[in-house]
Ligand binder design. Sequence first.
Ligand SMILES: *[C@@H]1O[C@H](CO)[C@@H](O)[C@H](O)[C@H]1NC(C)=O
Ligand SMILES: *[C@@H]1O[C@H](CO)[C@@H](O)[C@H](O)[C@H]1NC(C)=O
Ligand SMILES: *[C@@H]1O[C@H](CO)[C@@H](O)[C@H](O)[C@H]1NC(C)=O
Ligand SMILES: *[C@@H]1O[C@H](CO)[C@@H](O)[C@H](O)[C@H]1NC(C)=O
Ligand SMILES: *[C@@H]1O[C@H](CO)[C@@H](O)[C@H](O)[C@H]1NC(C)=O
Length: 554
Amino acid sequence: MSVFYFLVVSALAFITLAITIPSTPTWPDGRCTDKSLTIPSWVIWDYKVASGTATFRVDNRAHPYDGWVEITCSRSESQCHGSAASDELKVNWREGDNGQRVISFNEFWVCGDEGDHTIFTATGNTTVTSCTGSDCASPITYLAPGSLVLPVPLTPVQPTPPPGINAPTCADIRKNEWTVAGVEYRNYTKGQCKQWYGEDQICLDPPVTTGTDFVTKGEHLKLNVTNNAISHEVLCSFTPTYYDISIPNPLRCTGGNFNEITLDVRWSGTAPDFSLKVEELWYCLENPATNANPTVIVASGSTPVPLTCQSYPGITGQADDIVTRCTDPASSHAVDGIQLDKQTLPPYSLVTAYPVHGGCTFDSVVNPTFYYRGMYFHTKPFPANDPDSATLSSFTAGLTGPGFADFFFYENKAISGSGVSTVYTCAVYYDGKPASQHYNCTYSFNPHTKVITQDKVWECRDKNPSQPLYFDGSGSFDWNADPIQSCTNPGNSTIIDFGCYWHGDHANGQPGVPYDIPKVTASLINVLPPNYGQPGVSDTVRVNGKWQKMSGGT
Ligand SMILES: *[C@@H]1O[C@H](CO)[C@@H](O)[C@H](O)[C@H]1NC(C)=O
Ligand SMILES: *[C@@H]1O[C@H](CO)[C@@H](O)[C@H](O)[C@H]1NC(C)=O
Ligand SMILES: *[C@@H]1O[C@H](CO)[C@@H](O)[C@H](O)[C@H]1NC(C)=O
Ligand SMILES: *[C@@H]1O[C@H](CO)[C@@H](O)[C@H](O)[C@H]1NC(C)=O
Ligand SMILES: *[C@@H]1O[C@H](CO)[C@@H](O)[C@H](O)[C@H]1NC(C)=O
């Protein structure tokens, strides 16, 4: 009994040591707006062609409604016909370049799940790869990824499955599953340094560069593992640190997340007789002509790795400073594979962006909001009988909006207008950021009405990092909406200047006092604002042997 129990426990221990298959990210029900901004796409199934007529079913994956539309297409017309309730879906069926049929979509839908009702329009297409001959029925379903036209021009990026997924041998767990090559093992009983600043932490041996680039104490391992089923090589290495001198078991060489090849190795034994266990998780799409479900496989295998080792004294000259250096007399080792686990995943799970809620693009599309905080202004002296001539001598506000927070701006260059209509720039290039990471920003401020008229561009790259969207928000924002303000009015009956600052919790805390942004536009292009230079720094000129400020400078 106890022997049996022991065996069961050790078998379980062996199983739990295997790489665990990460769970598949799954979109929850609802979330029309998030889905529409992230995975606009159509799924097609039951595709058949008979006597020149194609029929199939379509479901918009982002749509708020459950259900599908039945589509009928004939060779004589390019536009297909849909069943009831498909007015907003236009489908096109035509021959593609290689004779395969291409189905294209253009659809308009509305999401109301976020309070706002947002109109979406998207296009997309897919090629029918698995239906040959004039009459046929496709054994598989298809995914047509979409590009949004409205509310923003956006092709959200979808994940790319890991390499090897389409290899015909991908799911063959076989002899010689892995090739292990380039094995190097070293073991240092002491850190290789003669002058320490903190033993095993900072080395002061010349030439001192970082102080941390010495050879550390402990075991060093390097090897390459090639999975022959998917022709995929991983370089696996371990370098000990002050905190971690032994090779962890298992050693994670790569991966760990969903949709990533994950490789663990276990290195055991003592010099020169080592052995290696390889364990790997990878993804396959088997028989793509008849199957749309990817699989995830976990397999393992082991091999003895006898090395040739030499020991010699290390550089410190101490008796217990021994270096053991081992190399592999064999150029490679074949490792046979055993399957540990295999699971079938939902169709398209490796090419569907993972669930998210909100984010920069979402916040820019749904109820776009500016928040002001830390507001303060003071005017220059102006004639009491000409209030419209008032301009600013100092100004501060912190602006938070979709995708940016606490963009503080100060009275800057006046770029157009005069008096209370003076337009100032709030785009500065002297903030240390690359020139391309600047966005148009202007404002004017009427100190009498306390209304700021602002225009500000911001960038969102959360849905497609390589094609960012540039949003431009503009409008007038009445700072009197927050009544908690203190003002001073120095001056006399002819020349006055005054200023106010806001100090309630809203005006002091992040994000600040909220305002709907009256107008927002979206573009794929960022038109950089001009560089107006630094405020308060003006050109100087030497005239008649005297240095002086140039006239016209600030
Ligand atoms: C089909 O979609 C791809 C992107 O997925 C796009 O590049 C191509 O222009 C589309 N073709 C048609 C005919 O719409
Ligand atoms: C190991 O892999 C690395 C990176 O892929 C490669 O540069 C190196 O040549 C490989 N070494 C051997 C022995 O295969
Ligand atoms: C490293 O080498 C030392 C001395 O040869 C030995 O005592 C120690 O066990 C070795 N460490 C490992 C992990 O083999
Ligand atoms: C009002 O103040 C201005 C500037 O401080 C000063 O030049 C002017 O003489 C003052 N006028 C009166 C009537 O005090
Ligand atoms: C910046 O915004 C202002 C105000 O809307 C506009 O007049 C100006 O043309 C814009 N500049 C650029 C470079 O887009």
